[in-house]
Write a protein that binds this ligand. Sequence first.
Ligand code: URA
Length: 204
Amino acid sequence: SAREEQSTLPDGTLASLAHEARHCTRCALHCKATQTVFGDGPENAKIMVVGEQPGDHEDLAGKPFVGPAGQLFDRTLREIGVDRGGLYVTNAVKHFKYETRGKRRIHQRPNAGEVEQCRWWLNQEIALVQPKLIVAMGATALYALTGGKEKVSEIRGRPLPMQEGRTLFVTVHPSYLLRLPDEQAKEMEIKKFKQDMLYVRNFE
Ligand code: URA
C-alpha cells in the first residue's frame, strides 16, 4: 500500500525501522529464516522486554512471543495483571536460527557474532522507544544489552542501573522454564519468574 511504501522512508519511526529490518542481511540467519521478526508494541512504551530470538511459530507468524514461550509469558502477565499491549516486546536476534531434523525445525542458540550483528537493530529500537525499564529474559538478551559476562542467576530479580538513566532487570527466559524436565521444579521456577515479573508491574 501507499502507506507501506511511505514507511520505507528513513523517517525515524519504528514502522520505518521495522520495514528496513525486513531486508537485513547483516548475518547469515536471514538465508534460512522465513522473515524478520521485529519488535512489537507501542513506540512510547515505558517498558521494553527482550527475548532471545524468534522460534518456529514466531518465524511463521512474523510476531515475537506467539508460540509456547509466548503463551507462558502471556499467562504470567495476565496472572499478575500486566497488559502486554503496553509493553514493547522484542528479541536480541530477529531471525529464527534452526537446524532441520526430519520435518521439525529445531531451535539453535544464536552465537555471539549473530547477537553482535543484530545488536544494531536492538540499539535502534531502544533509541526510538526510549524505555525507562528494559527486561532481559535470559542470557542472550543480557549479552545483547550489556556485552558482559554476568550470569543471569547472579543478577536476576533486582534492578540494575543502565546508561541514560534506564533500569535493567534480568530474569530467566520462559523457554528455559518450559524445558525443565521435573514438574515440581518447573512449577517452582514458574512461580519465581512470576515473582520477578511483579517488578515490572510495580515499576514506576
Ligand atoms: N523465544 C524468544 O526468545 N523469542 C520469541 O519471540 C519466541 C520465543
